[in-house]
Design a protein around this ligand. Sequence first.
Ligand code: ZN
Length: 443
Amino acid sequence: MSSDLRQRLAELDPEAVGREIHQLAREAYPICRSITGDGVRQTLALLRRHLPLEVHEVASGTEVFDWRVPREWNVRDAWVKDASGKRVIDFRAHNLHLLNYSVPVRRRLSLEELRPHLYSLPEAPELIPYRTSYYQERWGFCLPHRRLEALPEGEYEVCVDATLEPGHLTYGEYRIEGASEETVLISTHVCHPSLANDNLSGIGVCTFLAKLLDGLALRYSYRFLFIPGTIGSITWLALHRDEARAIRHGLVAANLGDGGAFHYKKSRRGDAEIDRAVARVLEDAEAPYAIEDFVPFGYDERQYGSPGFNLAVGALSRTPWGRYPQYHTSADDLSFIRPRHLGRSLERYLQVLAVLEGNRTYRSRNPYCEPQLGKRGLYRTLGGSERGRERELALLWVLNQSDGEHSLLDVAERSNRRFADLRQAADDLLAAELLEEVESPLG
Ligand code: ZN
């Protein structure tokens, strides 16, 4: 069954799909997203050109555990004009210029009165910072520190032409039915405005990952969530407590377009199958990577991993949030994310899913000493080929460990061999009727 997924993985052209993801990011980049509002709807509409995902709306004021769905924010325009009427800060030039979730305002004021509402980065004076104020009513503007310092004394006029009114929180969901109801969750946030690595890279990789899985015969069911950060996962969990119980493995996707090494943040459990599957894939890829323990901050893995749920959800990224200088600034733009990095990120995700799909437990049907592989055409008859030797070692490992107690992932860890090679060996041994699968509960 999983051979279809492996086939798709074998056929994957990471560069080509990376270009498609980058194109999607390019289209979504100008949209002013937030945790609610039309920016999320427009973004989901763009994704729907690739994936027929469901769009859900949850009314403002809905109680979700200890939180409440906030009022919906939409912005038409925002600016600061100088005394001559010239826009010196202009939301239309870059949506990061507006403090995200600013309340409406229109007034004249002095530079001194304006300054507490201005945000800049003295340590990176050319960049516009990304700032939000979701849960406290404020208005403000963000601008390069160099430009803030150059603002002359005098009278200014500010306008935030926005609405903050009862409406909805919008999220997208895409489900794929597998043989089992046991579910793999892939979650990404959709609430950042013009920022590419955080978070268009995650949105794009998840969209194309779902597209690649579509139509395959799969062991697990899959649920992709495109949700505003924090409040989105809290809302989804509050409204889907039963469905959440079916989640066996999960990943939170973000920061997947930069050229940094892959970083995996383990689930709260720390030793779940997803933690082991990702570790195996990163090791098998033979490129630098880092694995880090769970911490209760970051993205939505901390909601999925809150003690009431304790779901096995980790976070697989390239350079993690906050650890690259472009993070949460105007420098996190379309030139910072590259098609080849996006494509390789997608490939890693697909490889992780191939491990989850292919991780089975077998029992040898010939457990008393090694079966003779040569007469079954499984053993090279002529020595010397390195590839042939690798293949034989994989066969011997799978045969030896298949006592009904050890999964292929166990074998991969113990032998330190590539999971894909062991999976292929198991398929060959099954075809030769040397193995039988042991029914084991998923997860
Ligand atoms: Zn962020």
